[in-house]
Design a protein around this ligand. Structure first.
Ligand code: PMV
Length: 362
């Protein structure tokens, strides 16, 4: 499938105003996307668990506008407070998607958004936020063109979300979503996320993700800067190949329920992501001392208990603890007795895999 398949066909603007509300979750990558080409095309395929509790709810109100000097006219509110600093990112998003949804410049907007997790938690809200906004825009497209099928609606929403923030294209559905062409996973595309099509063992159902908030500060490296570090990176080509290989290995792991195989791939992916940052120019260390303390505690606990707790990291210091639902009780006890002291203000968030976005008001 090519980009031109997503171009808008109907040009009749028959609706004056309306509003729509979507909620969309965050996701946590198992095989990481790190490095991109022009137009938000990933340098390698990735796969993530869609989360359930960490969500953004967005209401998009729209009304016909007179064409003025500003190309896009919108206001953004987070928890009821106007956020002018969000505007450049949204304006860039509108600019990127305009050729696919040309009606966007015919309306002015109020974007009201809220997160179920604290904005200052260091948990990225771009995946949930951009996917929720892309879905709202697709709801306007559906008003204008009611014939669009549900599967085309989701595919195009994922395509648009990708243009806002790459990983956002993996948040619309669940509970496992792939993005980026992979030769052994049919239907995969660099343009949008698709639900993982192969067999998944019950061990991976309702998988748990407890997010330990180690550092709630602003991100040290924005993801745009981070992805660019992979251009001319000495290990880039090997890393991209490794992501393909890890996805191939995961197919067997998911099929057989091999939890040890899962742990090895997921932890290696997290450490490789950080190794890429440490070996780029300029270089960064995004882990904090407590990130390493937690990792060592997890390894000790795993050895002593024989349980299947592992970690993954995003481009920051917070630690995602991943474990099967049937080990929840023992792992939560371990978190509360041994890990909570490493979290800022003892703060952590319990989440688990989920099925994606929901339309709340149409
Ligand atoms: O979607 P972006 O551009 O914010 O990049 C996200 C990159 C990682 O979170 C580090 C990995 C991933 O695949 O989600």
């Amino acid at each position: 499938m090519q980009e031109k398949a997503f171009l808008h066909t109907s040009s009749e603007i028959t609706i004056d105003k309306g509003f729509v509300t979507w909620e969309s979750p965050s996701n946590i990558a198992l095989v990481k996307y790190w490095g991109k080409k022009e137009h938000q095309i990933p340098a390698n395929p990735s796969i993530s668990f869609t989360l359930s509790n960490c969500k953004t709810k967005t209401t998009l109100s729209y009304s016909k506008r007179d064409i003025g000097i500003d190309k896009y006219q919108f206001e953004v509110f987070l928890e009821g407070v106007q956020q002018d600093d969000f505007k450049p990112k949204i304006a860039t998003f509108f600019k990127r998607i305009e050729q696919y949804v040309p009606f966007i410049k015919e309306y002015k907007y109020t974007i009201e958004t809220s997160n179920t997790f604290p904005h200052s938690s260091g948990i990225a809200s771009s995946a949930s936020g951009m996917s929720a906004l892309a879905l709202c825009i697709m709801s306007i497209e559906k008003e204008l063109n009611p014939n669009i099928s549900d599967s085309d609606f989701i595919k195009k929403a994922s395509f648009l979300a990708r243009l806002g923030s790459g990983s956002a294209c993996r948040s619309l559905e669940g509970d496992l979503v792939c993005w980026g062409t992979h030769k052994e996973i049919e239907g995969t595309s660099d343009l949008f996320g698709v639900t993982y099509p192969h067999k998944v063992h019950d061990n991976f159902k309702n998988y748990q993700d407890t997010i330990l908030l180690v550092d709630k500060g602003e991100k040290q490296v924005s993801s745009t800067v981070g992805h660019n570090l992979m251009h001319n990176h000495p290990y880039a080509e090997n890393r991209f190949q490794q992501a393909h290989d890890n996805l191939s290995k995961l197919i067997e792991v998911f099929k057989t329920g091999d939890l040890s195989g899962f742990i090895e791939i997921v932890e290696s992916e997290a450490l490789t992501l950080h190794a890429m940052m440490m070996t780029s120019l300029p270089y960064f260390i995004l882990m904090k001392p407590n990130t390493l303390e937690i990792i060592n505690k997890i390894w000790e606990f795993r050895k002593a208990s024989g349980l299947h707790l592992c970690f993954t990291l995003d481009a920051g210091a917070n630690v995602h603890l991943l474990y099967p639902a049937f080990e929840k009780e023992e792992v939560l006890d371990f978190i509360n007795t041994q890990l909570v002291g490493y979290c800022q203000n003892g703060h952590y968030i319990c989440d688990s895999t989920g099925l994606g976005a929901n339309l709340l008001v149409d």
